[in-house]
Design a protein around this ligand. Structure first.
Ligand code: ATP
Ligand code: MG
Length: 394
């Protein structure tokens, strides 16, 4: 069996010189993803179009599912693709397509012809009219509706090929992975940060990730859970380099030296500082967090200002205005939710105070951090040196 899919992408964003970069990145991502599933696939470009050709044994649903996870694809259209032909042959192909795809012929339709091949002897409108007539004659239950047809029958007359299709399956949208530089995701085991990483990666950004681990307060299982989440996110984003930082010593030191109601905010400032150091050494141009305004004490507008103060790179917080329900919806859609809710402890939950400050003031926090002056630099250096690097792939 042979099946060809026409891949539609958002062309508006990629006029001019960037177009081939975008298309090449898309083709690369498609090949990478299809390589992992059963079947023989050919991904090819033909004058401004991208196609997938599946030959021999392959699973239709699995192939569509795989393509639906690739950033940059707006729609996937299963098509009948033939080489250039005359009108009589075209008519036969269109009727055969309708007959096999629509057992129930009780539908309204409109024919949309795009004649790219100007040597084809009929104009688009004439093709539309002639094919419309032929369809009505062959299938008298059908009706024409030019305003709001149930079935849109697309006929593309291209220089060497003819494409016929009437179905369009939605894609992820966004931009292909690897077209917009790199950013570093602070990835915890929670619901939010995997969603945040997915959203920024959807704009074409490659991800690195940092996880702050606090053994023995957080278990090996908690770390494995984060690796599993990175794997699930990598289904969409491509490979992720995950830096696992041992944060225990720093957390205990903060716990000993600073007021307990300020622990969370000070800890978060050190997470951001360390994440930024990792980002800068690997040419990452931003940080990403799963923070959402007002969700918890450390995410009030005041807390975010104090956390942000230690960063020089832009911090992307794509969930900032999301309600939890909306975040959960995305987490379910991208299949991270079930893993995120596994009950392994999070390093923040162990050291949280009963009544953390909700309106911290930068000056006061910076003053408390002076209590750390003696050892914090060497501890941060040690945390960076002893980090574990895990290259995660889907
Ligand atoms: P999440 O569901 O992503 O864990 P959360 O609602 O639990 O978020 P916080 O624990 O306040 O919120 O964390 C806010 C953000 O800080 C997280 O979304 C994540 O980006 C980052 N973060 C928190 N804990 C860690 C950690 N142990 N390692 C790496 N990043 C972390
Ligand atoms: Mg968390």
């Amino acid at each position: 069996m042979v099946q060809v899919f026409l891949i539609k992408y958002a062309e508006i964003a990629i006029k001019g010189k960037n177009r081939y970069l975008f298309e090449d990145a898309l083709v690369r991502q498609m090949r990478r993803a299809l390589y992992k599933i059963d079947g023989q696939f050919k991904v090819f470009k033909e004058s401004g179009r991208v196609y997938v050709k599946a030959e021999g044994h392959f699973d239709y649903d699995e192939t569509v599912d795989c393509l639906q996870k690739i950033f940059g694809i707006v729609a996937i259209c299963p098509i009948v693709q033939k080489s250039k032909m005359n009108f009589e042959e075209l008519k036969k192909e269109v009727l055969a397509h309708i007959d096999s795809e629509y057992p129930d012929k009780n539908f309204t339709f409109k024919v949309f012809c795009r004649r790219v091949d100007k040597s084809f002897p009929m104009e688009s409108n004439d093709v539309n009219a002639a094919l419309g007539e032929a369809i009505l004659e062959a299938f008298p239950e059908t009706k024409v509706d030019v305003h709001d047809p149930e079935v849109k029958i697309n006929v593309e007359l291209r220089p060497t090929l003819v494409n016929i299709y009437s179905k369009s399956l939605p894609g992820q949208g966004g931009m292909p992975a690897g077209t917009s530089g790199k950013a570093t995701l602070l990835l915890s085991g929670g619901i939010d940060s995997p969603v945040a990483g997915y959203m920024i990666a959807k704009r074409g950004v490659t991800l690195d990730a940092v996880y702050f681990h606090a053994p023995p307060y957080t278990s090996e299982r908690a770390k494995e859970k984060v690796v599993d989440l990175a794997k699930l996110v990598a289904v969409y984003t491509g490979p992720i380099r995950l830096h696992v930082i041992n944060f225990t010593e720093i957390q205990l030191y903060i716990y000993d030296q600073c007021p307990h109601d300020e622990l969370t905010i000070i800890m978060r400032r050190y997470m951001m500082r360390i994440a930024e150091m990792i980002a800068k050494e690997s040419d990452s141009l931003g940080l990403i967090t799963g923070e959402s305004l007002g969700q918890v004490a450390s995410q009030t507008i005041q807390s975010l200002a104090v956390t942000n103060e230690v960063c020089t790179l832009p911090v992307y917080r794509p969930l900032i205005a999301f309600d939890k329900d909306d975040i959960v919806k995305v987490a379910k859609k991208i299949n991270t939710f079930e893993t995120s809710i596994l009950p392994y402890e999070d390093c923040c939950t162990i050291f949280v105070a009963k009544h953390p400050v909700t309106k911290p003031i930068v000056k006061a926090i910076a003053k408390s951090e002076l209590n750390l002056a003696e050892k914090i630099d060497e501890m941060v250096a040690r945390a960076l040196e002893t980090r574990e690097i895990i290259d995660v792939e889907a």
